[in-house]
Design a binder for this molecule. Sequence first.
Ligand code: PLP
Length: 409
Amino acid sequence: MKNLKEIRPAFRTDNITYAIRDIIVLSNEVAKTGKEMLYLNIGDPNLYDFAPPKHVVEMTYKAMLANKNGYAPSSGINEAVKAIEKEAERKGIDNALDIFVTTGASEAIDICLTALVNDGDNVLTPTPGYPLYTAIASKLQTMENPYYLDESNGWQPDIEDIKSKINEKTKAIVLINPNNPTGSLYKIETLQKIVNLALKHNLVIFADEIYDKLLFDGKKHISIASLNKDVSCITFCGLSKNYFVPGFRIGWGIISGRRQVLKSYIEAINRILRARLCANHPEQYAIKPALEGDQSHITEALEKLTRRRDITVKMLNDIPGISCVKPEGAFYAFPRLHMDHLDSQFVSELIKETGVVVVPGSGFGQVPNTRHFRVVFLPNEIILEKAYNNIAKFYEKFIETHLDAYITK
Ligand SMILES: Cc1ncc(COP(=O)(O)O)c(C=O)c1O
């Protein structure tokens, strides 16, 4: 057996990181010591006091009992695709060219990027943004072309920055609205400017709208695809966040724009969809009842989330040296640490010292020389208050021991 050498993984995996889960290694080690842990790091509502509507689960169970356990059509079962088409119309997208169901929005994003980019092409990705895009870009060995979100403007995409970064190899722009990790919701003026840039430079817009129903203060969501019928757009949505079934792994893509422009791209996407057979079959029976059934779970969830968002913003802004833009959607906040030390160090010391688990801002990308961390405000008020009190005490000590690293607000 001496000639058995170590199997070398592909270079394309070298830069794949996913800070949200990577931090779990450290938190598991700390948990083993018996320390009380306060988890504010994972965007999984089911770990907290959120559950899917009963009828969504029942329809899936019924489908399993009715032996809908074989393969499904590659683009999804007919009733689900029809229900998504109606949902697209409710979102103002009445020019859908193609709709397909996938294993979570994650798979749709992966397939659509894979079908679009060649070596040397680049994709504009929001910074900060959800790390899946960076991971897929690394896998495809495509250049990521990060554009900044402007913290001083409620984390809206920085249009001037986007303009300055578009080049002849730019194929697409990713827009996460509402955003993970900032919780910001994009204004119509911002979206309109992005549409104009996409039309001018023939870019595909990847509109990740997975949190489109989780909006605070009566805010309305605007789908970028609804603003212009000519713009090439793929809108990603799914059941994970709005219907609290992330473990079902059900998402979808809605392609809209001009057929002549998108014909070959749609065919390429469908070739990949066929090659990977299909998305989870029985869970697809949850799509129509979810989208068309009772939506009261969203109202209930928003009541809880609004209280938790308010506590988050108030308590974090009360800590000297921390500022937090008020999230308008989703269940994340991205507070800024006004210091000059690495946020990864802040977070690892915080976990070890207090058991509070958050994710360092560097895991989402950020404007150079700024430091943040991401908070998930799904846990109940008691946990959140305890966690923020711990953060306040810890940060005071952290600053004292790293005085050189402190910049005042
Ligand atoms: C912005 C964003 N897009 C996509 C996903 C993944 O969604 P899904 O569970 O449908 O794969 C997440 C999950 O956290 C997310 O935050």
